[in-house]
Write a protein that binds this ligand. Structure first.
Ligand code: PMP
Length: 441
């Protein structure tokens, strides 16, 4: 087990934290006070020389592991050749579009390249509005699609809305199947008959002015607390929207490229979204995002109406191509499914011992541990979750700060290259950290 970190933040980190405090806005998400200096594979080293096993992937970004040698080599090679080209075509841009279409379901036959997840959301919103006569979009409570205005409007997380004034008109919101805390007070997907989907009709009848054009959802809600819809929910949603004659946008910004044990999360279900947004793991650390879609939608866009200076730039495209190549060559999708199952089983077993582990959920290498005061009340234990994460750092394990609607969900999202030995070691550290937090260390 890595040695206990005695001083966090260390002296050098304190210097940089003070600099950040002085020169950067506080709008950036809070994480434990340390400063990353370098990282390799599944290990992060901070500026004071402390080492941490990584359960964060830098918030689900570095799917192929930190500074994977082949990734770095391809980025360097492209940087030496050609950097930016805007609308002018380059070979990596065309190659990446082709690759994305080839690895996705057959009917998705176009890929539009942009830079961030929020860009991809904005592009998808504009695309469906251009390709359909309607302009209203249904999103879900708790959804996060980015922090630009359109993305924040289709999403519905208070932290992004509050205090920022009116949202984009035409965004309607409905309950998401958060079965552990069912918003309709039901909670058993085996018997509830998906009342939350029935409720969609009610929401539409009360809020829509008859101009619906799309429904948009994450494949699992990340920021809301790794909330995974129950089996059957997605198929029923897809059928509902087909009956309504509207498009379906699936946000796979954080769930794709092997993260959930499939190349794309949508492969877990029998669904046919018209547009799929991609980001984070696509460039595996380099800024790169995309909208995968059907010609039906994308051909409706006139030339010049959608493009971006850095979208599909050669260095990001080369990085994404290298990342996909690594995922395929090193069987990282399979590794994600296998390592994820080991972690899920171990944490589920731990639930018998610790009632504070209220819910353990996950797919592949993205899991959510919902911390509660006790099993019966399910009262969110936000402070305990923060303490556990803090202890994890002191014991040498880097975790994302707790998230979720109640701030009580700890995410487990290591790079997909994590080995079984590292999985076992990180589980031991987690158990010791949980014990320490419960003991009030
Ligand atoms: N969609 C989802 C599901 C996300 O998790 C994120 C980022 N957390 C975004 C969109 C926005 O991506 P970006 O931060 O790159 O704009």
């Amino acid at each position: 087990m890595p040695k206990i970190v005695t001083e966090l933040p260390g002296p050098k980190a304190r210097e940089y934290l003070a600099k950040s405090e002085k020169y950067e806005p506080r709008s950036i998400g809070y994480q434990e006070p340390l400063v990353w200096e370098k990282a390799s594979g599944c290990v992060i080293t901070d500026v004071d020389g402390n080492e941490f096993l990584d359960w964060s992937s830098g918030v689900l970004v570095t799917n192929v592991g930190h500074s994977h040698p082949y990734h770095v080599e391809q980025i360097k090679a492209q940087a030496e050749k050609l950097l930016n080209c805007y609308d002018f075509l380059t070979t990596p841009r065309a190659d990446l579009a082709q690759k994305l279409v080839e690895i996705s379901p057959d009917y998705l036959d176009k890929a539009f390249l942009v830079t961030t997840g929020s860009d991809a959301t904005e592009a998808a919103i504009r695309m469906v509005r251009r390709a359909h006569d309607g302009w209203e979009i249904i999103g879900f409570h708790g959804a996060f699609h980015g922090r630009t205005l359109g993305a924040a409007s289709v999403g519905a997380s208070l932290g992004v809305h509050a205090g920022y004034g009116p949202l984009v008109p035409g965004c309607i919101h409905a309950p998401f199947p958060y079965c552990y805390r069912c918003p309709l007070g039901l909670g058993d997907p085996a018997t509830c008959g998906f009342q939350c989907l029935e409720y969609l009709d009610w929401v539409v009848s009360q809020e829509s002015c008859g101009e619906l054009c799309a429904v948009m959802t994450e494949s699992y809600q990340g920021g809301a607390g790794s909330i995974i819809p129950p089996p059957g929910w997605f198929e029923q949603l897809d059928q509902w929207r087909q009956e309504k004659g509207i498009f379906f946008i699936l946000d796979e910004v954080q769930s794709s490229f092997g993260r959930t044990g499939k190349m794309f999360c949508m492969e877990h279900w029998d669904i046919h979204p018209d547009l799929v947004t991609l980001g984070k793991g696509l460039g595996s650390g380099m800024p790169c995002s995309a909208v995968l879609g059907t010609s039906e939608v994308m051909d409706a866009l006139p030339p010049g109406s959608m493009g971006s200076t850095f979208g599909g730039n050669p260095i990001s495209s080369a990085a994404a191509l290298a990342s996909i190549e690594i995922i395929e060559r090193e069987n990282l999708v399979e590794n994600s499914a296998k390592m994820g199952q080991i972690i899920l089983d171990a944490l589920t077993e731990m639930q018998d011992k610790y009632e504070q582990l209220g819910d353990v959920r996950g797919m592949g290498l993205v899991l959510g541990l919902e911390m509660v005061e006790d099993e019966k009340s399910k009262k969110p234990a936000k402070d305990l979750a923060a303490q556990v994460v803090h202890q994890c750092y002191l014991h040498g394990l880097a975790c994302i700060a707790p998230i979720g609607m109640f701030g009580n969900v700890i995410r487990v999202a290591p790079p997909l290259v994590i080995t079984e030995e590292q999985v076992n070691e990180s589980l031991e550290i987690f158990a010791a950290s949980l014990e320490a937090a419960l003991a009030g260390a």
